[in-house]
Design a protein around this ligand. Structure first.
Ligand code: GLY
Length: 595
């Protein structure tokens, strides 16, 4: 089959599935194919194939939870550098009929043999072998240029929770079997799919990284063979087939999650991790459990309530703290008068939240996390009082003193009013680079989300405290921010993002754009965004004109600006009366699907 025939075939399959073409209010909008409108069901993910997989289940009568699992496993096939069976995630569900909210934490945890100093020791050993040179620079300018053992190789791998999480969620709230909802993913893995520009750009980056570093080439052998086209940079339209992953998915259909946690798939994963220098054991897999958590809830301006992810994510707390601070201004009025002041206030509020993240946050099952204090209106008022309209403050003045190209988000809604907001990850692009080969599973490097080497920022340039130190069984602090926004008690927006700490700032800005500024969802998703995480003390911006009033206004207040950081990718779903609007951020080439 030629590439052209393949694409035409898929185009036919896809067009036959979509009843309502992408566009606003049912009107096709050729200029914005990343927006879809429907009435009965909607999936917004960062892969067209995955959104279609979810839609297929919705149209067959499955609910949003069934469709979420179908979407997620299809994402594992088509976005294998972002998330997958070797990773974990968080899912928020609000049931339409009862209004009950369920939050599932199926994040990876540290293996039982993990220790707080394992990465310091591993780096010393690596340096003896390779010397301090030949090393890699991370995306954050202040991060050390090192092939950190917490990022690459077997030691970087946390105990995967993805399969256990979906099985638990499906058993509790789903209506379809594992076998049924995995079927679209099996097809995609078996028949293949055409890679898009985003896949190609990640492949080019990964190949360049491996070309420069023999150590990474060694670790990523399986990756090169299975997902990087034998080292030849793919072009958009090239077809990727994953027969081993298709076999794994079929085995999961037959045997359920025990094939991974107690069976032969798990054995393959353990062998791959151990031969890449890791410490994962079959006991780590057999004792892994997802955890049901209580959602974090905050009110915003009387009418709104936000359902947010609690620890071990930092996302919910940071969004809550930032919105609580911003509530002390009439931000929409400020923005009409002076957009750069509104941006400045938002950045200053975010810096307080990220300073508190760095000092206080970790897995609350293992370290004291002052959630109530950090999300209280009184604390936010005090922090708001410290923000000056005209200037930034010294770094130490943010938060309260201490007493610490991966990831994928999707949203689903169904005709029964159920809403899902779910973020999943293997951490950075292609995770640890280790592939459990016969199973076709890319393994996470979530251990780098811990304070892996005290005093050193992680891959995202985040400094963290010993509240987030490595402890066996503990979950590393996350930035994933799956969120559902209610107005007058009814869901109006599901939103979340991928991109490490940029997840938090991007999710917050889309919430502000829709809820506070009343912007159409399409503009909110497409529009420019900025990012500040307190440390490093740099305000990142991308699409704002460098000589425009917003950037000038921020510079005049003392912000140090840079345009050298990738942007987050947001997926969102808006619910207005009986209309569902799905939006997949054009930055990653996703497409929503609805009917
Ligand atoms: N691994 C990205 C996050 O959890 O924030």
């Amino acid at each position: 089959m030629t590439r052209r025939q393949f694409l035409c075939g898929w185009a036919l399959v896809l067009s036959s599935l979509v009843l309502v073409p992408p566009g606003r209010a049912g009107v096709p909008d050729e200029s914005r194919p990343w927006i879809a409108v429907g009435r009965q069901g909607m999936v917004a993910s960062d892969s067209m194939y995955a959104s279609q997989a979810g839609l297929e289940i919705l149209r067959a009568g499955g609910n949003a939870i069934d469709a979420a699992t179908a979407t997620s496993f299809a994402l594992a096939v088509t976005r294998p550098y972002s998330m997958g069976l070797g990773g974990g995630g968080f899912m928020l569900v609000r049931l339409g009929q009862t209004g009950e909210v369920f939050v599932l934490d199926y994040r990876e945890c540290a293996p039982r043999a993990a220790t707080a100093d394992m990465f310091v020791k591993a780096r010393e050993k690596l340096a003896q072998r390779t010397g301090p040179e030949g090393q890699e620079r991370t995306s954050a300018p202040s991060a050390p240029a090192v092939p950190a053992p917490s990022r690459y190789g077997g030691l970087a791998v946390g105990v995967p929770g993805h399969i256990a999480g979906h099985a638990a969620m499906l058993e509790r709230l789903g209506t379809r079997s594992f076998r049924e909802v995995l079927a679209p993913a099996v097809r995609l893995a078996e028949q293949g799919f055409a890679v898009d520009e985003h896949y190609c750009s990640i492949a080019r980056d990964s190949l360049a990284k491996m070309r420069d570093q023999p150590e990474l080439r060694r670790i990523g052998q399986g990756l090169l063979k299975r997902l990087l086209f034998d080292g030849k940079a793919p072009a958009p339209g090239d077809v990727l087939r994953q027969p081993e992953l298709a076999d794994t998915l079929r085995q999961l259909q037959r045997e359920g999650p025990s094939a991974f946690y107690r069976g032969t798939i798990g054995q393959t994963v353990v062998e791959a991790v151990q031969s890449a220098g890791g410490i994962l054991t079959t006991e780590d897999l057999s004792t892994y459990r997802p955890v049901w958590r209580t959602p974090l809830r905050i009110r915003y301006r009387e009418r709104y309530e936000l359902l947010l992810m609690p620890p071990p994510s930092s996302g919910g707390i940071c969004v809550a703290e930032t919105l609580n601070i911003l509530e002390n201004w009439d931000l929409a009025a400020v923005r009409r008068r002076d957009p750069s002041l509104a941006a400045h206030l938002t950045v200053e509020a975010l810096k307080h939240a990220f300073a508190d993240r760095a000092r206080h946050l970790g897995d609350a099952d293992f370290a004291p996390v002052p959630v109530a204090q950090l999300t209280s209106k009184a604390y936010a008022k005090e922090l708001a009082g410290r923000i000056r309209d005209t200037a930034v403050s010294p770094a130490a003045a943010y938060g309260s003193p201490p007493d610490d190209s991966g990831t994928s988000h999707f949203c689903v809604a169904d005709r029964w009013g159920n809403v899902v907001s779910c973020t999943e990850t293997i951490n950075t692009g292609f995770g640890s680079l280790v592939v459990a080969e016969p199973a076709g599973i890319v393994l996470n490097n979530e251990m780098d989300d811990f304070t892996a080497e005290p005093g050193k920022p992680n891959a995202f340039g985040l400094s963290q405290s010993d509240h987030n130190a490595v402890v066996p069984g503990k979950r590393p602090l996350s930035c994933m921010t799956p969120t559902i926004v209610l107005r007058d008690g009814r869901p109006v927006l599901a939103v979340g993002a991928s991109g490490g700490p940029i997840i938090i700032t991007a999710t917050l800005q889309v919430i502000l754009a829709v809820v506070e500024y009343g912007q159409p969802l399409a503009d909110a998703i497409e529009g420019p965004r900025f990012h500040h995480q307190w440390d490093p003390n740099i305000l990142y911006y991308n699409q704002f004109p460098a000589d425009g009033p917003l950037v000038r206004g921020l510079k005049a207040r003392g912000h140090e600006l840079s345009d050298r950081r990738r942007e987050a990718v947001v997926q969102a779903l808006q619910i207005e009366d009986d209309t569902l609007t799905g939006a997949s951020d054009p930055r990653k080439g996703g497409r929503p699907a609805g009917y």
